[in-house]
Design a protein around this ligand. Structure first.
Ligand SMILES: Cc1ncc(C[n+]2csc(CCOP(=O)(O)OP(=O)(O)O)c2C)c(N)n1
Ligand SMILES: [Mg+2]
Length: 336
């Protein structure tokens, strides 16, 4: 199934939004972490500044999120992992509340208690967590709920190629196939699990081949391209909605930045990230849109202006919101 003009434009705008959102975060994140603390003998104060804690960005991996989420409805569930912003934005998570969460503010999705790896937006059925491998079983849970309710909703579990070596991943695939759950497992092969290359951690070249061991279709998307992901995901989502069970998709994608912000990336061949950026999927989709007369300089500029305004508003909301009261520290942790 090929994307309509509307879907192509949606994917482009979302990719532009994700990239700009994260480029803004990369700058904001460094506030208060460098360089004053260097003088005190610390190279990087991870707890400093308005956005404390680790930060995992997904520049380069946008096609995976938009190519899958272009097929989804609000009722469909998405479970992401520790690198979650591209999925959250593609699933239409509230940008203001998501940003406030990263600033640790009371107006955040989790009232400021979760931070960037723990974003929960029940209104659009989005969740994620820092537990590597957790998204596959969690997506099975959402898919089981849909099935029990007799709905044609689907669930997506996004995870990295490193997570595909976790036991939880294999247990989830087994049950999903046995119970014919409407779930799609989407593996982002960005070559690295922190600093470890896939070839040094994984016994098989393509995780898509692992699907055969669980009696479900496995699809390898070899290009980091939104349209290619869209096509593979379209088949899988339609199959799940028809009640025919799960699919495993692996996408070969590119991580332009370090594992986390501040990662010295000493394990990475020099110039690798710059080379990857020469295949940036955002201008590539822009060129496709232009070749079909769906985009020109004027419409591109106005689309980017609208995106920038949304992002500026979200960061202003995050910055200007109040911190939670200390008395709330133990509230809403397990219930409410
Ligand atoms: C259960 C568990 N084990 C280990 C970690 C530490 N950890 C955080 S990210 C990561 C690597 C994940 O690699 P991958 O799944 O390829 O995702 P990517 O970072 O490439 O997006 C590890 C081991 C964790 N968060 N959870
Ligand atoms: Mg990885």
């Amino acid at each position: 199934m090929d994307p309509t003009s509307e879907q192509l434009l949606w994917m482009y705008e979302k990719m532009v939004e994700i990239r700009e959102y994260e480029e803004t975060m990369a700058k904001v994140y460094l506030e208060g972490k460098l360089p004053p603390k260097i003088q005190k003998g610390l190279a990087f104060d991870i707890g400093g500044g308005p956005v404390p804690g680790e930060m995992h960005l997904a520049a380069g991996q946008e096609p995976v999120a938009v190519g899958v989420c272009a097929h989804l409805r609000t009722e469909d569930s998405v479970v992401g992992a520790h690198r979650p912003h591209h999925f959250a934005i593609a699933k239409n998570v509230d940008l203001n509340a998501m940003t406030a969460e990263m600033f640790g503010k009371a107006t955040g999705l989790g009232r400021g208690k979760g931070g960037h790896m723990h974003l929960f937006d029940p209104a659009v059925k989005f969740s994620c967590s820092g537990i590597v491998g957790a998204s596959a079983p969690q997506a099975c849970g959402a898919a089981l709920a849909a099935k029990k309710l007799g709905k044609d909703w689907v669930a997506i579990g996004f995870f990295g190629e490193g997570a595909a070596n976790q036991g939880a991943f294999h247990e989830a695939l087994n049950l999903a196939s046995l119970w014919k759950l409407p779930v799609i497992f989407v593996c982002e092969d960005n070559k690295y699990g922190i600093s470890v290359e896939k070839q040094d951690s994984t016994s098989i070249e393509s995780n898509a081949d692992r699907a055969a061991g669980y009696g479900m279709p496995g699809v390898l998307v070899e290009t980091n391209d939104a349209v290619a992901v869209f096509r593979a995901a379209g088949e899988a989502v339609a199959r799940a909605r028809r009640g025919e069970g799960p699919t495993l998709i692996e996408v070969k994608t590119d991580r332009y930045l370090g594992h986390f912000q501040g990662d010295p990336e000493t394990y990475r061949p020099k110039g690798e990230a710059q080379e990857l950026r020469t295949h940036d999927p955002i201008p590539a989709l822009g060129a496709l849109l232009r070749s079909r007369d769906l985009l020109d300089d004027t419409s591109d500029a106005s689309l980017r202006k609208a995106v920038s305004e949304r992002i500026e508003a979200a960061y202003a909301f995050g910055r200007n919101s109040p911190y939670p009261e200390p008395s709330e520290a133990l509230l809403h942790v397990f219930a409410d």
